[in-house]
Write a protein that binds this ligand. Structure first.
Ligand code: FAD
Length: 273
Protein backbone atom coordinates (compact mmCIF):
# COMPACT_ATOMS: atom_id res chain seq x y z
CA UNK A 1 0.00 0.00 0.00
CA UNK A 2 1.29 3.49 -0.83
CA UNK A 3 1.37 5.09 2.64
CA UNK A 4 1.23 8.74 1.55
CA UNK A 5 -1.66 8.12 -0.83
CA UNK A 6 -3.53 6.33 1.96
CA UNK A 7 -3.03 9.16 4.47
CA UNK A 8 -3.95 11.98 2.07
CA UNK A 9 -6.86 10.00 0.59
CA UNK A 10 -8.26 9.27 4.04
CA UNK A 11 -7.83 12.89 5.16
CA UNK A 12 -9.58 14.18 2.02
CA UNK A 13 -12.47 11.74 2.46
CA UNK A 14 -12.95 12.66 6.11
CA UNK A 15 -12.77 16.42 5.65
CA UNK A 16 -15.27 16.19 2.78
CA UNK A 17 -17.61 14.45 5.28
CA UNK A 18 -17.25 17.39 7.69
CA UNK A 19 -14.70 15.86 10.08
CA UNK A 20 -12.14 18.27 11.61
CA UNK A 21 -8.55 17.04 11.79
CA UNK A 22 -6.18 18.65 14.31
CA UNK A 23 -2.57 17.87 13.43
CA UNK A 24 0.33 18.41 15.83
CA UNK A 25 -1.91 17.61 18.83
CA UNK A 26 -0.12 14.82 20.64
CA UNK A 27 -2.16 13.48 23.54
CA UNK A 28 0.07 12.93 26.59
CA UNK A 29 -2.49 11.22 28.81
CA UNK A 30 -6.18 10.39 29.10
CA UNK A 31 -8.07 10.60 32.35
CA UNK A 32 -11.73 9.78 31.84
CA UNK A 33 -13.17 12.48 29.62
CA UNK A 34 -10.09 14.75 29.90
CA UNK A 35 -7.24 14.55 27.42
CA UNK A 36 -4.01 16.33 28.29
CA UNK A 37 -2.06 17.69 25.34
CA UNK A 38 1.33 19.43 25.27
CA UNK A 39 -0.30 22.85 25.35
CA UNK A 40 -3.65 22.36 27.06
CA UNK A 41 -6.56 20.10 27.89
CA UNK A 42 -9.52 18.89 25.88
CA UNK A 43 -12.77 17.40 27.17
CA UNK A 44 -14.41 14.73 25.07
CA UNK A 45 -17.68 12.83 25.56
CA UNK A 46 -16.14 9.86 23.77
CA UNK A 47 -12.45 9.11 23.18
CA UNK A 48 -11.16 6.40 20.84
CA UNK A 49 -7.52 5.45 21.26
CA UNK A 50 -6.44 4.24 17.80
CA UNK A 51 -2.74 4.96 18.01
CA UNK A 52 -1.65 1.37 17.17
CA UNK A 53 2.13 0.93 17.59
CA UNK A 54 2.32 4.22 19.49
CA UNK A 55 -0.30 3.19 22.10
CA UNK A 56 2.14 2.26 24.88
CA UNK A 57 2.17 5.76 26.32
CA UNK A 58 -1.63 5.96 26.52
CA UNK A 59 -2.58 2.35 27.30
CA UNK A 60 0.52 1.26 29.25
CA UNK A 61 3.90 0.19 27.92
CA UNK A 62 3.24 -3.47 28.74
CA UNK A 63 -0.07 -3.58 26.85
CA UNK A 64 1.48 -3.58 23.41
CA UNK A 65 4.96 -3.04 21.97
CA UNK A 66 6.10 -1.16 18.85
CA UNK A 67 7.73 -3.59 16.41
CA UNK A 68 9.62 -1.92 13.62
CA UNK A 69 8.78 -2.62 9.99
CA UNK A 70 10.52 -1.20 6.94
CA UNK A 71 10.06 -1.18 3.19
CA UNK A 72 12.13 -0.22 0.18
CA UNK A 73 11.03 0.33 -3.38
CA UNK A 74 13.31 -0.05 -6.40
CA UNK A 75 13.53 2.28 -9.35
CA UNK A 76 11.33 1.05 -12.26
CA UNK A 77 12.79 -2.07 -13.89
CA UNK A 78 13.28 -2.47 -17.63
CA UNK A 79 11.01 -4.78 -19.63
CA UNK A 80 14.01 -7.11 -20.23
CA UNK A 81 14.55 -7.38 -16.47
CA UNK A 82 10.90 -8.32 -15.90
CA UNK A 83 11.11 -10.93 -18.63
CA UNK A 84 14.32 -12.32 -17.21
CA UNK A 85 12.68 -12.66 -13.77
CA UNK A 86 9.49 -14.04 -15.27
CA UNK A 87 7.30 -11.78 -13.17
CA UNK A 88 4.58 -10.76 -15.58
CA UNK A 89 1.63 -9.82 -13.36
CA UNK A 90 0.92 -8.15 -10.04
CA UNK A 91 1.60 -11.31 -8.01
CA UNK A 92 2.80 -10.93 -4.42
CA UNK A 93 5.91 -12.75 -3.27
CA UNK A 94 7.10 -13.85 0.16
CA UNK A 95 10.02 -16.05 1.17
CA UNK A 96 8.09 -17.77 4.03
CA UNK A 97 11.16 -17.51 6.24
CA UNK A 98 10.77 -16.99 9.99
CA UNK A 99 12.37 -13.55 9.54
CA UNK A 100 10.28 -13.09 6.45
CA UNK A 101 10.17 -10.55 3.66
CA UNK A 102 7.17 -9.75 1.49
CA UNK A 103 7.21 -8.18 -1.91
CA UNK A 104 5.10 -6.90 -4.76
CA UNK A 105 5.47 -5.62 -8.30
CA UNK A 106 3.98 -2.13 -8.26
CA UNK A 107 1.65 -0.69 -10.88
CA UNK A 108 4.49 1.57 -12.11
CA UNK A 109 6.94 -1.29 -12.65
CA UNK A 110 9.00 -1.28 -9.45
CA UNK A 111 9.54 -3.91 -6.78
CA UNK A 112 8.35 -2.96 -3.29
CA UNK A 113 9.80 -5.22 -0.62
CA UNK A 114 9.46 -5.12 3.15
CA UNK A 115 11.08 -6.74 6.16
CA UNK A 116 12.07 -6.12 9.75
CA UNK A 117 15.62 -4.77 10.13
CA UNK A 118 16.11 -3.78 13.76
CA UNK A 119 12.93 -5.19 15.28
CA UNK A 120 12.55 -3.54 18.67
CA UNK A 121 14.04 -0.56 20.52
CA UNK A 122 14.71 -0.72 24.24
CA UNK A 123 11.90 0.74 26.36
CA UNK A 124 9.36 0.51 23.50
CA UNK A 125 10.99 3.31 21.49
CA UNK A 126 9.09 4.19 18.33
CA UNK A 127 12.00 5.43 16.25
CA UNK A 128 11.11 9.10 15.99
CA UNK A 129 10.60 10.50 12.53
CA UNK A 130 10.36 7.23 10.62
CA UNK A 131 13.70 7.42 8.83
CA UNK A 132 15.10 4.04 7.82
CA UNK A 133 18.55 2.87 8.97
CA UNK A 134 21.00 2.24 6.11
CA UNK A 135 21.72 -1.22 7.60
CA UNK A 136 18.01 -2.08 7.14
CA UNK A 137 17.99 -0.81 3.56
CA UNK A 138 21.11 -2.90 2.86
CA UNK A 139 19.59 -5.99 4.50
CA UNK A 140 16.36 -5.84 2.50
CA UNK A 141 18.07 -4.98 -0.80
CA UNK A 142 20.54 -7.87 -0.27
CA UNK A 143 17.53 -10.21 0.06
CA UNK A 144 16.08 -8.85 -3.17
CA UNK A 145 19.40 -9.32 -5.00
CA UNK A 146 19.69 -12.88 -3.68
CA UNK A 147 16.26 -13.72 -5.10
CA UNK A 148 17.07 -12.40 -8.56
CA UNK A 149 20.85 -12.57 -9.13
CA UNK A 150 22.10 -10.54 -12.06
CA UNK A 151 19.18 -8.10 -12.10
CA UNK A 152 20.41 -4.54 -11.51
CA UNK A 153 18.29 -2.96 -8.74
CA UNK A 154 18.51 0.61 -7.53
CA UNK A 155 16.74 1.56 -4.30
CA UNK A 156 14.57 4.64 -4.86
CA UNK A 157 12.81 5.09 -1.48
CA UNK A 158 12.72 3.52 1.95
CA UNK A 159 10.20 4.00 4.74
CA UNK A 160 9.64 2.65 8.23
CA UNK A 161 7.14 2.63 11.03
CA UNK A 162 5.99 0.56 13.96
CA UNK A 163 3.32 -2.10 14.27
CA UNK A 164 1.44 -2.66 17.53
CA UNK A 165 2.11 -6.17 18.85
CA UNK A 166 0.42 -7.63 21.95
CA UNK A 167 1.92 -10.48 23.98
CA UNK A 168 -0.02 -13.14 22.05
CA UNK A 169 -0.15 -11.20 18.74
CA UNK A 170 -3.95 -10.86 18.97
CA UNK A 171 -5.65 -7.50 18.64
CA UNK A 172 -8.59 -6.29 20.71
CA UNK A 173 -11.43 -3.79 20.53
CA UNK A 174 -12.45 -2.48 23.92
CA UNK A 175 -15.07 0.08 24.93
CA UNK A 176 -15.80 1.33 28.45
CA UNK A 177 -19.15 3.07 28.77
CA UNK A 178 -18.44 4.49 32.22
CA UNK A 179 -15.35 6.48 31.24
CA UNK A 180 -16.40 7.07 27.63
CA UNK A 181 -13.06 5.75 26.35
CA UNK A 182 -12.13 2.82 24.17
CA UNK A 183 -9.35 1.44 22.03
CA UNK A 184 -8.79 -0.69 18.98
CA UNK A 185 -5.21 -1.89 18.67
CA UNK A 186 -2.76 -4.76 18.24
CA UNK A 187 -3.15 -5.56 14.54
CA UNK A 188 0.45 -6.86 14.43
CA UNK A 189 0.84 -5.90 10.80
CA UNK A 190 -2.55 -7.20 9.67
CA UNK A 191 -2.78 -3.63 8.62
CA UNK A 192 -5.23 -1.32 7.11
CA UNK A 193 -8.12 -3.80 6.83
CA UNK A 194 -7.91 -4.71 10.51
CA UNK A 195 -7.69 -1.01 11.43
CA UNK A 196 -10.84 -0.33 9.40
CA UNK A 197 -12.82 -3.20 10.95
CA UNK A 198 -11.55 -2.34 14.46
CA UNK A 199 -12.34 1.36 14.15
CA UNK A 200 -15.79 0.68 12.79
CA UNK A 201 -16.52 -1.83 15.57
CA UNK A 202 -15.38 0.64 18.23
CA UNK A 203 -17.79 3.29 16.97
CA UNK A 204 -20.63 0.77 16.91
CA UNK A 205 -19.87 -0.26 20.50
CA UNK A 206 -19.70 3.37 21.64
CA UNK A 207 -23.08 4.15 20.06
CA UNK A 208 -24.63 0.94 21.38
CA UNK A 209 -25.27 -0.61 17.99
CA UNK A 210 -25.39 -4.39 17.70
CA UNK A 211 -23.88 -5.58 14.42
CA UNK A 212 -22.10 -8.64 13.05
CA UNK A 213 -18.84 -6.97 14.09
CA UNK A 214 -19.72 -6.23 17.73
CA UNK A 215 -19.84 -9.95 18.57
CA UNK A 216 -16.50 -10.86 16.98
CA UNK A 217 -14.08 -12.68 19.35
CA UNK A 218 -11.66 -9.75 19.59
CA UNK A 219 -14.35 -7.49 21.12
CA UNK A 220 -13.55 -7.14 24.82
CA UNK A 221 -10.34 -9.17 24.38
CA UNK A 222 -7.20 -8.18 26.27
CA UNK A 223 -3.96 -10.09 25.78
CA UNK A 224 -1.79 -10.70 28.81
CA UNK A 225 0.84 -8.05 29.49
CA UNK A 226 4.39 -7.97 28.10
CA UNK A 227 7.23 -8.50 30.56
CA UNK A 228 8.93 -5.41 32.04
CA UNK A 229 12.30 -4.25 30.68
CA UNK A 230 15.00 -5.48 30.29
CA UNK A 231 13.33 -8.90 29.95
CA UNK A 232 11.15 -7.59 27.12
CA UNK A 233 14.10 -6.35 25.06
CA UNK A 234 16.06 -9.56 25.70
CA UNK A 235 13.05 -11.71 24.82
CA UNK A 236 12.22 -9.98 21.53
CA UNK A 237 15.85 -9.85 20.39
CA UNK A 238 16.43 -13.49 21.38
CA UNK A 239 13.33 -14.49 19.44
CA UNK A 240 14.53 -12.74 16.25
CA UNK A 241 18.04 -14.16 16.73
CA UNK A 242 16.59 -17.67 17.05
CA UNK A 243 14.46 -17.12 13.95
CA UNK A 244 17.55 -15.94 12.02
CA UNK A 245 19.58 -19.01 13.04
CA UNK A 246 16.60 -21.29 12.30
CA UNK A 247 16.30 -19.79 8.79
CA UNK A 248 20.00 -20.44 8.08
CA UNK A 249 19.74 -23.97 9.52
CA UNK A 250 16.66 -24.84 7.43
CA UNK A 251 18.10 -23.29 4.27
CA UNK A 252 21.45 -25.08 4.57
CA UNK A 253 19.68 -28.43 4.91
CA UNK A 254 17.05 -27.60 2.32
CA UNK A 255 14.68 -28.63 5.08
CA UNK A 256 10.94 -28.80 4.62
CA UNK A 257 10.40 -29.02 8.39
CA UNK A 258 10.31 -26.18 10.91
CA UNK A 259 13.41 -26.43 13.11
CA UNK A 260 13.12 -26.85 16.87
CA UNK A 261 14.84 -23.49 17.32
CA UNK A 262 12.08 -21.74 15.39
CA UNK A 263 9.43 -23.60 17.39
CA UNK A 264 11.08 -22.45 20.59
CA UNK A 265 11.31 -18.88 19.21
CA UNK A 266 7.59 -18.92 18.39
CA UNK A 267 6.78 -20.07 21.92
CA UNK A 268 8.97 -17.30 23.34
CA UNK A 269 7.17 -14.80 21.11
CA UNK A 270 3.76 -16.01 22.29
CA UNK A 271 2.80 -16.91 18.72
CA UNK A 272 1.26 -20.27 19.69
CA UNK A 273 -0.63 -19.38 22.85
C1 FAD B 1 6.65 -0.04 6.72
C2 FAD B 1 5.22 -0.48 6.89
C3 FAD B 1 4.54 -0.99 5.80
C4 FAD B 1 3.22 -1.39 5.91
N1 FAD B 1 2.58 -1.85 4.80
C5 FAD B 1 1.28 -2.20 4.88
C6 FAD B 1 0.57 -2.64 3.71
O1 FAD B 1 1.11 -2.68 2.61
N2 FAD B 1 -0.73 -3.00 3.87
C7 FAD B 1 -1.38 -2.95 5.07
O2 FAD B 1 -2.57 -3.27 5.16
N3 FAD B 1 -0.73 -2.52 6.20
C8 FAD B 1 0.57 -2.15 6.12
N4 FAD B 1 1.23 -1.72 7.26
C9 FAD B 1 0.52 -1.71 8.56
C10 FAD B 1 -0.39 -0.49 8.64
O3 FAD B 1 0.37 0.67 8.37
C11 FAD B 1 -1.01 -0.36 10.05
O4 FAD B 1 -1.56 -1.59 10.47
C12 FAD B 1 -2.11 0.67 10.02
O5 FAD B 1 -1.56 1.92 9.62
C13 FAD B 1 -2.75 0.80 11.38
O6 FAD B 1 -3.68 1.87 11.30
P1 FAD B 1 -4.06 2.73 12.54
O7 FAD B 1 -4.93 3.84 12.05
O8 FAD B 1 -4.60 1.84 13.61
O9 FAD B 1 -2.68 3.29 13.12
P2 FAD B 1 -1.63 4.27 12.44
O10 FAD B 1 -1.78 4.32 10.96
O11 FAD B 1 -0.29 3.89 13.01
O12 FAD B 1 -2.07 5.68 12.99
C14 FAD B 1 -1.91 6.01 14.35
C15 FAD B 1 -1.99 7.53 14.43
O13 FAD B 1 -1.98 7.93 15.78
C16 FAD B 1 -1.17 9.09 15.90
N5 FAD B 1 -0.70 9.15 17.28
C17 FAD B 1 0.18 8.30 17.88
N6 FAD B 1 0.34 8.65 19.18
C18 FAD B 1 -0.47 9.73 19.39
C19 FAD B 1 -0.75 10.55 20.54
N7 FAD B 1 -0.17 10.32 21.72
N8 FAD B 1 -1.61 11.59 20.40
C20 FAD B 1 -2.22 11.83 19.19
N9 FAD B 1 -2.00 11.08 18.08
C21 FAD B 1 -1.14 10.06 18.18
C22 FAD B 1 -0.06 8.87 14.90
O14 FAD B 1 0.52 10.10 14.55
C23 FAD B 1 -0.83 8.23 13.73
O15 FAD B 1 -1.34 9.20 12.88
C24 FAD B 1 2.55 -1.30 7.16
C25 FAD B 1 3.24 -0.79 8.28
C26 FAD B 1 4.55 -0.37 8.14
C27 FAD B 1 5.25 0.21 9.35
Amino acid sequence: MHPAKLVYGLADTLTSMGVSIYEGSRVGSIDGKTLTLDNGRVSAAKTFVCTEGYSGQLLGSRTLIPINSSMIVSKPLSEEAWQQIGWSGLQCLSDSAHTFIYSQRTADGRIAIGGRGRPYRYGSGTGGTGSTAQSTVDLISAKLRSFFPGIPFEVDHAWSGVLGVTRDWNGGVNWDHASGTGSSTGYAGHGVTAAYVGGRTLVELAFEQKTERTTLPWVGYRARKWEPEPIRWLGVHSMYRLFGIADQWEERRDSTKTSLLAKFGSRLAGLHE
